[in-house]
Design a binder for this molecule. Structure first.
Ligand code: SF4
Length: 858
């Protein structure tokens, strides 16, 4: 079989994938990011390429339209708004899922031809604070590290990064390196214990936003113990004295870490030369995210631990092409190719190259401000590309209302039903992963090709083509006459050459003669050149800049809400939510809560918790665990209004942003929590996709169809009618059992001799084996046996899914452990769990520990 060499569309690790139209997916053994590995999400990509739910044709106000009509309308509306209200009245909101070529064209249209800079992206939510911190310290947005540095380091400090779930293949590379070199030390800095913590020698459970006190304390310790590299600092760094003075004014105890642990960490860092500090959203998504980044960079600059193998700061990006977006300048405060909007020479050079009628002269609206401008009526025409801001931005309900307030909204997307598409006047069908061609840049500056191995479905078109077609209709056809993405990439590289006289880190010269079709994964500036090895930075005097950082005053709300990701889902689940393999792992929106807090609220296991703020309310299943500290909550951000009734976590997060980067603080918002007391709880398994309808409803894909966790605020008059309504199955024969003593209801719907729905309701959280009930859908099991929760084959209940690749449940693993499988490897031998992508290995470790079994050395 001939497999197409492409790149995973999920996280910023940027793994190489071998793919085929029949759904075959393999890790690319030759890709330097993953060397053949894939995580559970990447391995399940073949289950996400069907056309179910796809947007296949343009729509205007919900009616199918042809491309010419839709594109004419978009161009006319944008042109009219610009003519009447000026270029600042229109905006693009793009995405780290766009390919570099798409991003380049969108940025060129907005900044060079419309003449505003109102193009921002969901990357603002991902790593904008790192960009701002890098520019303050280095003079450029340079990520100096490589993945090999992680394997060469003697100490890795993971700050605000659940790498095991959010960058699993990178986590696996570190785990493998630590296995080879057991003396490698890993410190995990995180307010909560995560799957990543299991690999760490030390967990520093900081207070939310306690990072600055921690790294200021480290810098002061390095100064006090003469561990600074004075020669390096003198030759290559400015601002050290002021930074140290500010650090000394900090109180390390404000980090929330105990004195002895602080001393151990400071000593370990001070006495280890090869240190890599990895950070991601836990650092970036904060009201002081940029300062956090600089507090970390200060320590590396003061010790000269940068620019050499196995050491340095390393910002890892959440999105597949956040780095590509940064490179082409696809953010409101950037120009193009790492040039500055505020620099008149840079602007002139870009305008000359583009031969554009104008060039934006000032920064545009950053994400949160952009949607505030929508609410205020400033934005008259908005184009949302490949993203879902009505779910992903803080104050998501306010953002949805703001989008609804814009007179003309167009979206380009691969899916028809999304929370943002529901608010748009025009939907434009874009090609998706596997259908489109282009490039992406991963977290270590490696540009790889995404290649098509599927034909475009319906009348879907690539984003770059859609944007170019609109540009042509706005009168800019000559500048957007691209025939292929290769044309755009060539122009992007040529622009880089045209502005090479300006000192920048970006250098695409290695791609000047590259054959786009056969382009192999390539790091810029060119393979094996290490940034800052010569001590030269990009401020005018060639030195780096240390920044004095003040420790922020931290508020202590009753509950601080931290948001993040699950192992097996990606963003708003429009793609991963299709996979039956990925659906069962943490199949409903939940909130992690400390047992003491749960007891204080009266929340029992399985309770529903109403989390509220001045912005809104969400209802989530309680997951009671000491992984979170008292007074803190954690909830994943994946659930949308398409799959839940009240599970959109960003309904309660606040639009508070970092003053330098504009990145929202999504990790420590003040909320209240209380037990939500419904009249009944329910569980439904069905062979067709139900719409979430009850006051609490969470829909997930299963191997046999769909499941819904439910709760209602009113007792239905008739349970059969309720079951038919919730399952959307008017047909079929109903079998029902009720137990007046417990108030339990069990209903089976059978069509043509096969079970099509099973519904359970109870005054308390429903206790049935989800795995068993789901396995009965589509079977000819007698209804009474099915309602008893027994499978026809009398298979034991596998329990909640832990290993998505082989669908291995918790009960199966516990049984294997009880039978002597006392290591992760032995569990793998016994059940196959963890032997494919390895994403569940941290959970296997935790399960063994929980089972109180002695662990064998692996
Ligand atoms: Fe994709 Fe997983 Fe690799 Fe990230 S780690 S790029 S999600 S396969």
């Amino acid at each position: 079989m001939s497999l197409t060499r492409t790149t995973c569309p999920y996280c910023g690790v940027g793994c190489g994938v071998l793919a085929d139209a029949d759904g075959t997916i393999k890790g690319d053994p030759d890709h330097p990011a993953n060397f053949g590995r894939l995580c559970s999400k990447g391995a399940a990509l073949g289950e996400t390429i069907d056309l179910d739910g796809r947007l296949l044709h343009p729509q205007i106000n919900g009616q199918r339209a042809d491309w010419d009509t839709a594109l004419d309308l978009v161009a006319q509306k944008f042109s009219k708004a610009i003519a009447e209200y000026g270029p600042e009245s229109v905006a693009f909101y793009a995405s780290g899922q766009l390919l570099t070529e798409d991003y380049y064209v969108a940025n060129k249209l907005m900044k060079g031809f419309i003449g505003a800079a109102n193009i921002d992206t969901n990357s603002r939510l991902c790593m904008a604070s790192s960009v701002a911190g890098h520019k303050r310290a280095f003079g450029t947005d340079t990520v100096p590290g490589t993945y090999e540095d992680l394997e060469e380091a003697d100490l890795i400090v993971l700050v605000g990064s659940n790498l095991a779930w959010c960058h699993p293949v990178l986590y696996q590379r570190i785990a493998a390196a630590k296995e080879t070199r057991p003396n490698m030390r890993i410190v995990n800095v995180d307010p909560r214990r995560t799957a990543t913590t299991d690999l760490a020698d030390m967990h520093l459970q900081i207070a939310p936003d306690g990072d600055i006190a921690l790294f200021n304390g480290l810098l002061a310790h390095l100064a006090d113990t003469q561990k600074l590299d004075a020669t390096y600092a003198q030759n290559h760094v400015n601002g050290m004295e002021a930074a140290i003075a500010a650090a000394r004014a900090s109180n390390p105890a404000d980090s929330g870490v105990q004195t002895q642990e602080l001393a151990t960490f400071f000593s370990l860092w001070a006495n280890t030369t090869k240190v890599v500090t990895v950070y991601s959203q836990g650092v970036n998504q904060s009201a002081c995210g940029t300062d956090k980044v600089n507090a970390i960079l200060n320590c590396h600059l003061a010790t000269g631990r940068i620019g050499r193998p196995g050491m340095g700061p390393f910002s890892v990006t959440g999105q597949p092409n956040a780095m590509g977006g940064r490179e082409v300048g696809g953010l409101a405060n950037m120009l193009a190719n790492h040039l500055e909007l505020g620099n008149a020479d840079h602007r002139q050079a870009v305008q000359d190259f583009w031969e554009s009628p104008t060039i934006s002269t000032q920064a545009g609206l950053k994400a949160v401000d952009l949607f505030q401008a929508c609410a205020d009526g400033q934005i008259k025409a908005l184009w949302v590309m490949s993203t879902n801001p009505a779910v992903s931005l803080p104050d998501a309900d306010g953002v949805a209302a703001a989008i609804a307030n814009v007179p003309f909204v167009v979206t380009s997307d691969i899916m028809e039903k999304t929370d943002t598409n529901d608010l748009a006047h025009v939907l434009l069908p874009a090609t998706g992963w596997g259908e489109k061609d282009g490039t992406v840049t991963n977290s270590e500056r490696r540009i790889s090709r995404q290649r098509a191995f599927l034909s475009a479905p319906g009348s879907a078109r690539p984003d770059w083509q859609i944007i170019s077609d609109v540009a042509a209709r706005m009168g800019f056809g000559d500048a957007f006459a691209y025939q292929t993405p290769a044309d755009i990439f060539a122009e992007y590289v040529a622009l880089d050459a045209a502005v090479s006289r300006f000192p920048r880190d970006l250098d695409l010269s290695i791609f000047a003669d590259a054959d786009y079709a056969s382009l192999v994964p390539t790091q810029w500036p060119h393979n094996n050149r290490r940034f800052f090895a010569d001590g030269q930075f990009y401020h005018p005097d060639g030195k780096a800049q240390m920044i004095p950082i003040q420790t922020p005053a931290l508020s202590k709300p009753r509950f601080a809400l931290n948001t993040g990701r699950n192992r097996d889902q990606w963003h708003t689940m429009t793609r991963t939510g299709k996979s039956a393999r990925l659906g069962p792992h943490l199949a409903e929106p939940y909130v992690e809560m400390h047992p003491t807090d749960a007891a204080a609220l009266g929340a029992a296991p399985g309770a529903l918790i109403a989390v509220e703020s001045i912005y809104g309310r969400t209802i989530l299943r309680a997951l009671i665990t000491p992984r979170v500290a008292q007074g803190q909550l954690f909830a994943p951000m994946h659930w949308t209004r398409q799959r839940t009734t009240h599970g959109t976590v960003n309904s309660v997060t606040a639009p508070v942003t970092d003053p330098f980067s504009g990145q929202p603080a999504l990790k420590s918002g003040a909320v209240s929590a209380s037990v939500y007391k419904p009249k009944w709880y329910g569980f439904l398994a069905s062979n067709i996709a139900p719409t979430p309808q009850a006051p609490y409803a969470a829909v997930a894909r299963t191997q046999t169809g769909w499941q819904v966790e439910l709760a209602g605020s009113k007792m239905p008059a008739d349970w059969e009618t309720e079951a038919r309504k919730l399952s959307e199955q008017a047909e079929g024969e109903v079998s029902m059992q009720s137990d007046p003593a417990t108030g339990t209801i069990r209903i089976a719907i059978v069509q043509n001799g096969l079970i099509t729905a099973l519904f359970f309701a109870s005054p308390s959280p429903v206790v049935v084996s989800r795995t068993t009930i789901i396995s009965l859908i589509g079977s000819d099991t007698p209804p009474l046996a099915a309602l008893a929760g027994r499978s026809a084959s009398n298979q034991p209940d596998a329990g909640a899914t832990v290993c998505a690749c082989f669908n291995v449940g918790r009960n199966t693993l516990l049984a294997a452990a009880a039978n002597g499988a006392r290591s992760v490897a032995a569990l793998g031998d016994a059940t196959c769990a963890g032997t494919n992508c390895g994403s569940c290995k941290p959970e296997l470790t935790a399960l063994l520990a929980e089972a109180s079994l002695p662990m064998a050395a692996e």
